[in-house]
Design a protein around this ligand. Structure first.
Ligand code: DC
Length: 280
């Protein structure tokens, strides 16, 4: 496109009328070509990957280890659906906080179990960023579910058997047609034990706390590194030791320690794993 433009420029000065026509042509070309090119760029993954075998990709691992970023980027690149299963547990926690289901004795499990059928969690695509926004009963709650308040209440909610049962059922429904990247703690072990590609991500607690701290600061939210580090360690302990679906690496999952990897390096590594499975 750039060369077409340069070649036309050399003829521009031949006559005034030719000059005017050429300018109009260039203007028309760019006013149509650029939006069309942009549209094609958005749909490129659909054309490029649509004839490839659709698989299920399960990405599990510790909290704040960058699973979501790599899962989201891969899904966008290959035109797959992306589901952040942690966001679903966070949305249920937000519901509990907003409806006073946390009492001084813990969670009011009887009321929560009764309310579960009314808790509707869905995802919408942000038209600007092309990233999913979590909705609770139709209301966008993406930034609310990332607050420290939700982070510090989510583990006991995610440990409840009836909550897990309901959310796992929804997650399996979402992945029925394959072509999905889902991240969480039990995706490769419980939700999609048959997934063709399973990754288990880890990084040191200190590095994960620092990343979370930087993320909250960038969003302008108040944060204390010590508080975040304690929260990360506490969540690791609860996730690994809960009775229902504890966090563990599936036997056939590939381990990735990303403590010293850049986002770009992780992205590249994950793309290679995907290519190996679909082409292998
Ligand atoms: O990935 P995250 O930090 O947003 O997850 C929030 C909480 O939900 C965390 O305590 C672990 C829990 N979780 C889970 O138990 N099972 C999943 N599949 C995903 C998240």
């Amino acid at each position: 496109m750039f060369f077409t433009y340069s070649a036309n420029v050399t003829h521009l000065f031949q006559t005034k009328s030719v000059f005017f026509i050429k300018i109009c042509k260039i203007h028309l070309f760019f006013s149509f070509a650029i939006p069309i090119q942009r549209t094609f760029r958005i749909f490129e993954p659909l054309f490029k990957y649509q004839f490839m075998k659709k698989i299920t990709i399960a990405i599990d691992g510790y909290s704040s280890c960058g699973k979501s970023t790599m899962a989201k980027d891969l899904a966008r690149e290959i035109g797959y659906i992306y589901i952040d299963s942690g966001a679903m547990y966070r949305a249920v926690t937000l519901y509990c906080l907003e409806n006073n289901l946390f009492t001084k004795d813990g969670i009011d499990t009887a009321r929560l179990e009764e309310a579960m059928p009314e808790i509707n969690i869905s995802f919408q695509l942000d038209p600007e960023t092309q990233r999913p926004i979590t909705c609770l009963n139709g209301r966008p709650v993406e930034s609310l579910i990332r607050s420290m308040e939700v982070s510090s209440h989510v583990s006991p909610v995610a440990a409840l058997g009836f909550v897990r049962e309901a959310l796992v059922k929804q997650q399996q429904e979402m992945g029925k047609a394959k072509g999905i990247v889902m991240d969480g703690r039990d995706i490769g072990t419980v939700v999609f034990p048959e997934a063709e590609l399973k990754i288990f991500v880890t990084a040191s607690a200190e590095i994960r706390a620092q990343r979370r701290y930087d993320e909250l600061k960038t969003k302008g939210q108040e944060a204390s590194y010590e508080e975040i580090l304690n929260n990360v360690k506490e969540r690791d302990f609860i996730d690994q030791n809960r009775a229902v679906s504890p966090l563990r690496q599936a036997e056939d999952a590939i381990l990735l320690d990303n403590s010293h990897l850049t986002i770009e390096e992780q992205k590249q590594w994950l793309a290679e794993q995907y290519q190996r499975v679909v082409n292998g």
